[in-house]
Design a protein around this ligand. Structure first.
Ligand SMILES: NC(=O)c1ccc[n+]([C@@H]2O[C@H](COP(=O)([O-])OP(=O)(O)OC[C@H]3O[C@@H](n4cnc5c(N)ncnc54)[C@H](O)[C@@H]3O)[C@@H](O)[C@H]2O)c1
Ligand SMILES: N[C@H](CO)Cc1c[nH]c[nH+]1
Ligand SMILES: [Zn+2]
Length: 446
């Protein structure tokens, strides 16, 4: 079911071996954000120019429904919680509690206070971003869990104004899915918009008069159009990572259970026909058994068509490697969103991973645990961005602000260094700004 990419016998650059660029071993060409930019540029410009009228047009075109009001009424939020089944509410509450517990620890020791010399002090304050816009996907599936993953870290960071947007649903009269509204209400969020895709990102970035004030940062996962809009509008707003179509990579050896490897690959392909599912293994026998398990598992799922498209795309594959050493080279070069390690001594192998959005260690840590209840974030960088970006966490919502507080004596002690530096940069007014403070005290030699 998955195409096979066989790297065995090919080393990484010995004199007489082919050099493998591991970053390109598994293509990501299926997720063409640049192409989507062509579509979303018009959408974003139009929202900036025509505001709510543009939102109406794009809701009609992309969501096939126009909400009576883009701002979700308070009664709809209340009704969503009232309508929650007990077991679903318990699942939401457990997820919230666990994510909140980890977020509290993520905050960590934020105060930096350094006295460099007597009277020479630099401190660092962590200041929450005042107003943020959080995107919750709702096209192919209503990701209520993404409300938790966005809102909880923003609240723990101390953001004072939090708005959520999610696509309107025809089935629910143009409101976002009730489970999404219920989680918003459980978390005390009352500014919720029935707006999806690129138009939601543009609404947050530019603001829509009479409807939504602009935000300073847009976060959250989404499909290729959401990713493209975030890429386009960063600069007008800050964004978190590009958290686009889901990726799972499993690094496994012959100790792995093929049925579980197959189940985990299938689980993440369920998100999007563009999702990527990749197995990296040094065991051809395991690869064969995973391939044998896949068709039955896919056929048994509700979304088999979407999963089949994802798994037969160029972005999904089995990569056969000589050994786990080469497997780790592939893993670290690819920088997947989710990485499962299903090998003997999985913790030791996991400790050698440098590029992945999140790592899941051993048989009892499947990605779907992290999606909902582990306490970790599920808003994670895709498309190789895990080599430079982090998953959404409390610090994503905080700015570091340095506070400089020097006394007269402490400034005098370094004044000459500043003057010389400024002369070297041909910026004499910079130097004079220091000199000017000591014109009345030639004895200080400044
Ligand atoms: N990386 C992560 O952290 C992470 C987490 C969760 C989900 N995801 C991903 O989020 C995505 C969710 O996608 P989704 O589609 O279900 O929901 P979505 O809410 O992201 O996108 C739906 C919106 O896309 C827009 N759209 C649809 N077709 C369009 C078109 N042809 N042109 C312009 N806009 C269009 C519409 O406005 C619609 O409201 C999946 O790809 C999933 O894998 C990623
Ligand atoms: N696996 C997704 C991140 O790529 C997150 C998610 C939400 N619900 C289910 N899964
Ligand atoms: Zn998932």
């Amino acid at each position: 079911m998955l195409a096979t990419i066989d790297l065995r016998g090919r080393l990484t650059g010995g004199a007489d071996d082919a050099v493998i660029d591991y970053r390109t071993v598994v293509p990501r060409a299926a997720v063409d954000v640049e192409a989507a930019l062509g579509v979303v540029r018009g959408v974003c410009d139009d929202v900036a120019a025509r505001g709510e009228a543009a939102l109406r047009d794009y809701s009609e075109r992309f969501d096939r429904v126009v909400p009576a009001s883009f701002r979700v009424p308070e009664e709809a939020l209340a009704a969503a919680v009232d309508g929650l089944a007990d077991d679903l509410r318990a699942a939401f509450e457990e997820s919230i509690a666990r994510r909140r517990q980890v977020c509290a620890a993520e905050l960590g020791p934020v105060a930096v206070d350094v006295e460099l010399a007597p009277g020479a002090r630099v401190t660092q304050r962590m200041v929450p971003i005042e107003r943020v816009g959080l995107y919750v996907p709702g096209g192919l599936a209503p990701l209520a869990s993404s409300v938790i993953m966005n809102v909880v870290p923003a609240q723990v960071a101390g953001c004072r104004s939090i708005a959520v947007a999610s696509p309107p649903q025809r089935e629910f009269g143009g409101l976002p899915h009730p489970s999404i509204l219920a989680v918003c209400r459980l978390l005390g969020i009352d500014e919720v918009y029935a707006v999806g895709g690129a138009q939601a990102v543009a609404m947050f970035a530019y603001g829509v008069p009479g409807l939504c004030e602009p935000v300073s940062m847009v976060t959250g996962p989404g499909n290729i159009y959401v990713v493209a809009a975030k890429r386009l509008l960063r600069g007008i707003v800050s964004i978190d990572s590009e958290a686009g179509p889901t990726e799972i990579m499993v690094l496994a050896d012959d100790t792995a259970d093929p049925a579980l490897v197959a189940a985990d690959l299938v689980s993440q392909s369920e998100h999007d026909p563009l999702a990527a599912a990749v197995l990296v293994t040094d065991s051809p026998a395991l690869a064969d058994r995973v391939q044998e398990a896949l068709p039955g598992q896919v056929a048994a799922t509700k979304h088999s068509e979407r999963i089949t498209t994802s798994m037969s795309g160029r972005q999904s594959a089995v990569v056969l490697v000589d050994d786990l050493e080469q497997g780790l080279a592939v893993v670290n070069a690819y920088a997947t969103e989710h990485l499962e390690i299903q090998t003997a001594d999985a913790a030791a192998v996991a400790a050698r991973v440098t590029n992945a959005g999140a790592v899941f260690v051993g048989r009892y840590s499947p990605v779907s645990l992290g999606d909902y209840t582990a306490g970790s974030t599920h808003v994670l960088p895709t498309g190789g961005c895990a080599c430079h970006s982090s998953g959404l966490n409390v610090k994503s919502f905080l700015k570091a602000m340095h506070v400089v507080d020097y006394s007269r004596e402490a400034l005098a002690a370094v004044a000459r260094h500043v003057e010389v530096f400024a002369e070297a940069e041909d910026l004499p007014a910079h130097g004079y700004a220091v000199t000017a403070r000591f014109l009345d005290a030639p004895e200080l030699g400044v």
